[in-house]
Design a protein around this ligand. Sequence first.
Ligand SMILES: [Zn+2]
Length: 275
Amino acid sequence: MRSIAKPDLDIRRVLDELGSGLEVKNLRRLESELVEGEEEFTSNAIGGDFRLTAQKHPSIDPPDEDDVQWAWKNRFSSGVGRDMYDALKSGAGSRCPSCLHGRVHDLDHFLPKSKYPRLALVPLNLVPICSDCNGIKRAYVAKSAANEPIHPYFDDLGDEEWLVATVLEAPGAPLQFEVSPPAAWNATLGSRVAEQFKRLKLGALYADLASTLIGNLASGLDTRFAASGPAGAKRWLEEMLGTWKASNSEPYSIAALAAWSSSPFVWNGGWRVER
Ligand SMILES: [Zn+2]
């Protein structure tokens, strides 16, 4: 999970870009209600509780909701508004802000469009996401503030590392990943990140990736170990950690190298699968 810059796009501009047609004409008639939805969502997001945003609006009836859904499908995620969709999608770079690993593939409605039709076209409600995370999140709505997903435009996770790995002393030096909340986070943010980590099964994902990673490093470790023993293996891991940190490698790989490079079990050959 990480923060990304808010898009420079609002619902008024979205409506301007949707072209013509009966449905779009109707949406323009509802402009003030849609703007109100955007404002309500934004102020609740800043206040830290997205769930306070009303699902329905008295002036928006079911046929209007159908028009919003139609515009999303035919004028935003495809059709004349696709440039806006693609611009929002590229706002996170290529990696998914939720799992920090998958390729961004979709825009997720942070508050689902099925339950919050007023927000279906609101850019601040549209978050880049990979297909795996999107498949898990779907129409999820938090039941309490402590379960609220992390919103990359509004939640500031800061620069401190929060992902830590522990070496399990078994062949191949498998890792166990967990969330270690930095002091700057309040308790709610800590529990939201931990909940999302669990919901997206990031511990299992990172453990798998780490197992592939150490397999790829094994022959390099063998070489350093043969030349300079455990100290050589340790030094090589530490150097790699420095280089990968500087080049902003994926967080799981930084946490993995930090754990392996400080584990005597690993320096002494723990990366080997067979002993
Ligand atoms: Zn993802």
